[in-house]
Design a protein around this ligand. Structure first.
Ligand code: HEC
Length: 128
């Protein structure tokens, strides 16, 4: 009889320890930071060829390419962007007055794409 009580006591302690330890791991999972790769926005090595061009061709050049781009704005070439002016380009994608908000009739570009273009302009908008 004594042995059975002792046995169940050990089992009880075991269960308590086990549940405490599983609690501990649950909390650890909650505090661990989310994976950086899914939340970061790389604006360190921004180039016209690798990032800016693909953002513009994805969202803008449907209306702004060739000789007769909408509003006289041509965004599928580097010279077209220079003719447009980078302040005007940035103002339009950041939806800042007095510029027309772009893309016209669509939703604002994702923050990361705006940050990439802004960084490129801050770097002097090089043809790189
Ligand atoms: C559905 C067609 C369409 C799309 C897509 C579009 N635009 Fe435009 N955009 C226009 C038209 C039309 C005008 C001229 C009328 C106006 O200024 O609102 C214009 C004007 C502009 C201007 C001149 C604005 C000013 O106030 O001087 C800029 C800069 C511009 N667009 C940039 C962009 C950029 C950058 C994108 C992509 C993020 C884009 N547009 C996407 C149709 C479009």
């Amino acid at each position: 009889m004594k042995n059975i009580l002792k046995g169940s006591g050990v089992l009880l302690v075991g269960i308590i320890l086990y549940s405490l330890s599983s609690c501990y791991y649950d909390k650890r999972d909650l505090i661990s930071p989310p994976s950086l790769s899914t939340t970061s926005c790389d604006t360190v090595n921004v180039t016209y060829t690798n990032q800016v061009k693909s953002v513009l061709s994805g969202a803008c050049t449907g209306c702004h390419q060739g000789g007769g781009g909408s509003g006289g704005v041509v965004l599928d070439t580097y010279t077209g962007i220079q003719a447009c002016g980078t302040a005007r380009l940035l103002g339009s994608i950041k939806h800042q007055s007095p510029y027309s908000a772009m893309p016209q009739g669509g939703t604002k570009l994702p923050d990361c794409q705006i940050a990439v273009i802004e960084k490129w302009i801050q770097n002097g908008a090089p043809n790189n």
